[in-house]
Design a protein around this ligand. Sequence first.
Ligand SMILES: Cc1ncc(C[n+]2csc(CCOP(=O)(O)OP(=O)(O)O)c2C)c(N)n1
Length: 636
Amino acid sequence: MRLLENIHAPKDLRRLNLNQLNRLAQEIRQEMIDVVSKNGGHLASNLGVVELTLALHRTFDSPRDKIIWDVGHQTYIHKLITGRLDRFKTIRQYQGLSGFPKRTESDCDCFGVGHSSTSISAAVGFAKARDVLGEAHNVVAVIGDGAMTGGMAYEALNHAGHSETNMIVILNDNEMSISPNVGAMSSYLSRLRADPRYDKRKEDIEYLLKRIPVIGKKVAKLVAKAKDSLKYLLVPGLIFEELGFTYLGPIDGHDQVMLEQILNQAKHKKGPVLVHVVTRKGKGYKPAEENPDIFHGVGPFDRETGKIIKKVAPPTYTTVFGETLCALATLDSKVVAISAAMPAGTGLKAFASQFPDRFFDVGIAEQHAVTFAAGLSFGGLKPVVAIYSTFYQRAYDQVLHDVCLQKANVVLAIDRAGVVGDDGPTHHGVFDISIFRVIPNLIFMAPKDENELQHMLFTAVKHNGPVALRYPRSAGQGVLMDKEFKEIPIGKAEILREGKDVTLIGVGPMVHTCLQAAQVLSDRGVEAAVINLRYINPLDREVLSHYAKLTKKIITIEDNVLKGGMGSAILEFIEEEGISGVALERIGYDGFVDQGSIAKLHAVHGLSVEGIIQAAERLRLLRLVAGSQNDRLMGK
Ligand SMILES: Cc1ncc(C[n+]2csc(CCOP(=O)(O)OP(=O)(O)O)c2C)c(N)n1
């Protein structure tokens, strides 16, 4: 029997000896490789923190002590040893364990997460709450070097250092974000890692200094205070020290004994402590060690060979976006691209290698990415910022205040719009229509297929002013791609099917669901007009007005929340135009959406042919087909 089977809670770890711990670490790695090879997931990040997670749970007493994970994609081990082994096989599946910490899942998940760089802020909050309430537990934030590129992390470090509260930040440094990490902090950490002088911890140095007769103590004091080069020379982690943290490290994050020693030391220090732990992403599984970016978030793969199991499918919207942008950049030397730590995920890898001087990976810094783009645009360039819908939420003020208010010439490429599947509610892109459509000056479009995507991107790049373009995670429709780009007239919808009984309005690929439903309705005697909205802003008032008056019944369908969404925009429009007697059914999400495959989530929430048929029933269209022509005309 595996040791893992006997670990029901962190306390069970504390009776294991070093040999047993090493065996347990192996079992955990095997379990994770096994399950992730079937379900997909964040394998490489988890393989890198096995020893660290065991050490944390042996040193600290969760849930009494608070362990707060950043991003939370690296918590599979944490889940396995906090009573969730039996459900681990369901991770990321519909109604299964979440791939991220979730407060409703376990007492040990004290803070829910999915978006990056929140852990230190939350930890300062937990620590301050403890201080105010007179409690005495430990608070530990675990943050990766990638997450450390996010602005919030610095805001929190700044606050924590100043507040002098007892808390520990573990900096898990594997030199990788999803792709190799970027930025000055990353270079600084590399220097700390590489310089053997830094292997000596600060205290050792101070201890040695103090032993020098007569002047030793004075020098040690001086070192502790001086801001000159001597201190830079002698005190590792100076940046953190200057911010008010005690810096410990760098230490080998796969050395169980050393880890526990340092964590114990950190636990007994006063004030904020930062422990710099060096780990290897993908540790223990060769394919992941060799390709940590591919195995960061991976779909099902063959565990023997590490080969990814690829489904034959048309190119994704993301791929078409990346290819089109390369073509557009060849035509126009002012086109530049920006990614916030996701060059591969947003399809910009080819752009980055073809146009290295015109590509900017700014790290996990969505806010900076957008304002940086505004600056680039006023400097004379045409920036295209590709960020996932869910992460654009971070940059809302920058989109509104820096880009749209000033009419900056920026294209906002909103990737992963709509539900994204197994990553769940933290990652679904189901709010962008609601939050972006209300921003003045912003042209906002969504293509029904990948061919329309290339034309829309072409249109967006040509347009003078801010444009947002939303497209989903999935494969395209497999349509033929036009050889020449063409402009899609701003604010013009596309009428795909005529009909007098009801108008189906779709946005993005939901248009195809409308077309299929229209056929089913037609078979049942109801003639539906189908409109590909194309522009969420500005709306095609002429087309909408015509069909609202003609059919008096409208069904809208969108991969977005209902509140403030496209359907709401149509309702507002009908009210503004004073078109009376229109019945409207909206299909979309009515709140946060759980995890599950995209197809499953669409089906569950009625974003499907069946959903449209049911909406038609609610509009009393179908029942009336059997009734008199008069009834039908009267819409009774
Ligand atoms: C705000 C935000 N932007 C982007 C992401 C996508 N993302 C998830 S993990 C990750 C890299 C994190 O790197 P690091 O913190 O070093 O963790 P590692 O996986 O290397 O252990 C990124 C960019 C995110 N989760 N949140």
